[in-house]
Design a protein around this ligand. Structure first.
Ligand SMILES: *Cc1c(COP(=O)(O)O)cnc(C)c1O
Length: 354
């Protein structure tokens, strides 16, 4: 990628890279040395800067803290066998960030700032991109309101930041999940399609209740009838029903996951029927009874694919078949991995080398 933007960079004088044990990376605790910071004020984005990763000060009246004007993204950079680094579908993340921004009355981030900022930040911290199998550099772009004003109205100033952290192999222990029919993550017409901070805060309590009952995650259902699957935890939900890939159709209450899109594309490439439509609890339980619920899994950037082993419904647990090596979820996960580390042809041009 060509540098068209020269970003003022203040390098750290005390790299923390030696604190990283590449064999035992704990998710989300050790951050790479630098971060990109860009402020928005007076109706325009100011000059981007790369700074040592560190704390920032905000006004106590900061409207992100009070009213939740805050959005984020999650993506990954991968290293191939030659040590070259590539991002997976970064423009999709930018477009979604800007869709979230729109929903929350926040300014769009220009493509040049996002892409050049990412490329220059990650090149500077290239040694932080792990190359052990299954590892990657997790990238967290986010934006929040910075006005020190407690009136309720969209902020006039914002900060956009990108920081990164190395992540190891995500161990996909098959999940115990249950349908949630009381609490909702999001409703039609709400902001569930946006990656805004408040969606996560409000999901924590119902998730904790399920965890106290011995489940790992919830399968959220629709807000009006509590009959149709929305998502699983913070992942999109996909099912293999009688040889067909079935997933809830996108709506204003479902987040348009990039992993979801990629998995559906792979299935179509492989000639597998793909159905994006309403999926009811009843249909899934019926299919399970008939032995046709072959696989169920969540998909998202953190885990790629997280298979479900058990689905709970009104106090009863339904066990799913153990996914063998030929299972769709296993093949799709391996295919995505191979594309990401440059071991399989990138037919859809998903990877962007930096
Ligand atoms: C981020 C997210 C996903 C997964 O999106 P990816 O782009 O695949 O990482 C799914 N559901 C929710 C609610 C999310 O926030």
């Amino acid at each position: 990628m060509l540098d068209t933007l020269s970003i003022r960079t203040q390098r750290t004088t005390a790299s923390r890279l030696s604190q990283l044990d590449p064999e035992h990376i704990e998710f989300g605790k050790i951050f790479a040395d630098h971060m990109l910071v860009v402020d928005y004020r007076d109706g325009e984005w100011q000059e981007p800067q790369i700074l040592p990763y560190g704390e920032m000060t905000v006004s106590p009246a900061n409207s992100a803290l009070h009213y939740g004007q805050a959005i984020f993204e999650g993506m990954k950079a991968y290293k191939n066998a030659e040590g070259e680094i590539a991002l997976f579908r970064p423009l999709d993340n930018l477009h979604r960030l800007n869709a979230s921004a729109e929903r929350m009355c926040m300014p769009h981030v220009p493509e040049e700032v996002f892409m050049q900022g990412l490329a220059q930040l990650i090149r500077l911290d290239a040694d932080w991109v792990p190359n052990a199998p299954g590892s990657a550099l997790y990238i967290r772009p986010f934006m929040f309101a910075t006005d020190g004003f407690i009136g309720v109205r969209p902020s006039e100033s914002y900060r956009f930041v990108i920081f990164t952290c190395p992540v190891g192999l995500y161990y996909n222990k098959p999940l115990r999940v249950r349908f949630e029919q009381k609490y909702v993550r999001s409703a039609e017409g709400g902001a569930g399609f946006a990656k805004n901070a408040g969606n996560y805060g409000a999901a924590m309590y119902p998730t904790r209740l399920a965890q106290e009952e011995g489940y790992n995650q919830l399968i959220w259902t629709d807000a009006s009838e509590h009959q149709y699957v929305e998502e699983s935890g913070t992942m999109n939900a996909i099912f293999v029903l009688d040889g067909r890939l079935v997933t809830p159709a996108l709506s204003t209450s479902i987040l348009d996951g990039i992993t979801r899109r990629s998995i559906l594309q792979l299935a179509r490439d492989w000639g597998m029927p793909v159905e994006e439509r309403k999926v009811s609890i009843f249909e899934l339980l019926e299919a399970h009874r008939a032995g046709k619920l072959e696989e169920a899994f969540g998909v998202g950037t953190a885990a790629t694919i997280a298979p479900m082993a058990t689905i709970g419904y009104q106090g009863e647990d339904f066990e799913l078949p153990v996914a063998g090596p030929d299972a769709f979820s296993k093949r799709a996960s391996a295919a995505l991995h191979a594309i990401r580390i440059g071991e399989a042809p990138d037919e859809h041009r998903w990877m962007v080398r930096i």
